[in-house]
Design a protein around this ligand. Structure first.
Ligand code: ATP
Ligand code: MG
Length: 321
């Protein structure tokens, strides 16, 4: 809901590792978009001002001690619950909440708290940025809260569990597919899909792939590799109570704090967020500024083969805005 100042409040969770750096970059780009949007109408080239009607409410989800257990801080949970939309930097996947007798991953707890069962991961070639593939356009939906991936995080993986969860997932898909006769439903195996996508990704442009947790983790990293790497792929965790947008990549501790991180994946995640909020024109403009910066190749980060720092790349995007 819009506040009295005409803006939507969105929760921002910078996180750890490269999370704070890439969050800073996204904030800077939105700040710049707002300043330009404030310029007199006569000096605006386009009809729609870029000014994005959102404001960030920054919180930390780092576990705190409460009655002998560690939990996600109340104010963070309240903020996400109230705003229903959040942008999340990155979190060390191995961060755990220590419960009475066991522990559970922070990421998984967030997903379960807000019932974020579907992780939507689009992956699209960037025009003008050369990779061995120039026509990747996949969308993958990864089940987010169950399956053997969460099993790994609980250390309870067995082969029998794997087979059982696959069967359950299939029967659920078949059942739901019956309710949507306009959607063509088809089944395939992960290994075959991997082979087919790397041989020719084009046929995957007109379909959506839905899969259990672990398969989604693997296949989305593979798709990211086809378009230029993990620095480029966004995602949205869509649930009943809230939606949290975040990059596909993790906290990249190997490059954290060095100004090397590529903020594009988080920026594109924030644009998914804007589109989720029906702020499509705003998203399109910022996306154009980012993608043309990458296509020009003058100020791109090391993961894309360039020499620019996070800040220099950010400044180049702001220049385009
Ligand atoms: P996690 O367990 O959190 O998924 P991971 O070990 O898979 O962690 P990632 O954080 O996903 O690691 O990163 C994998 C590799 O990709 C690392 O070498 C990292 O430096 C690189 N990488 C990830 N994200 C970015 C980014 N935004 N910019 C540049 N390099 C990145
Ligand atoms: Mg990873």
């Amino acid at each position: 809901q819009k506040g009295s100042n005409g803006k939507y409040t969105v929760t921002l969770i910078p996180g750890d590792g490269i999370g704070p750096e890439i969050s800073e970059s996204v904030k800077a780009i939105y700040r710049a978009a707002n300043v330009r949007g404030d310029a007199p109408v006569s000096s605006c080239v386009s009809d729609v001002p870029i000014k994005v009607p959102i404001q960030w409410e920054e919180v930390s989800v780092n576990p705190v001690l409460k009655e002998g257990k560690t939990v996600i801080p109340d104010d963070a949970v309240q903020s996400i619950r109230k705003n229903t939309v959040a942008l999340k930097g990155a979190h060390d996947r191995w961060q755990h909440l220590v419960l009475g007798k066991g522990h559970v991953s922070l990421n998984l707890t967030l997903r379960r708290t807000f019932k974020l069962f579907a992780n939507v991961r689009p992956c699209v070639s960037i025009e003008g940025f050369k990779t061995p593939y120039d026509d990747v356009d996949t969308v993958l939906i990864r089940e987010n809260t169950e399956g053997e991936y969460s099993g790994i995080e609980h250390e309870e993986l067995t082969l029998g569990f794997r087979k059982m969860s696959d069967g359950m997932f299939l029967s659920a898909c078949r059942q739901v597919a019956k309710d949507f006769p306009d959607v063509t439903y088809d089944e395939d195996l992960l290994d075959r899909v991997c082979l087919q996508i790397v041989q020719n990704p084009k046929p995957y442009a007109d379909r959506v792939m839905v899969m259990p947790n672990l398969y989604g983790d693997i296949l989305s990293d593979m798709c990211a590799g086809l378009i230029g790497g993990l620095g480029l792929t966004p995602s949205g965790n869509i649930g009943r109570d809230a939606s949290i947008f975040e990059a596909v990549h993790g906290s990249a501790p190997d490059i954290a704090g060095k100004g090397l991180a590529n903020p594009t994946a988080l920026l594109l995640s924030s644009l998914m967020m804007l589109r989720h909020m029906n702020l499509n024109e705003h998203a399109d403009k910022i996306q154009k500024a980012a993608l043309t910066t990458i296509a020009e190749g003058k100020a791109i980060t090391g993961d894309l083969g360039g020499k620019a720092s996070t800040q220099e790349y950010t400044a180049a995007i702001i220049g385009k805005l």
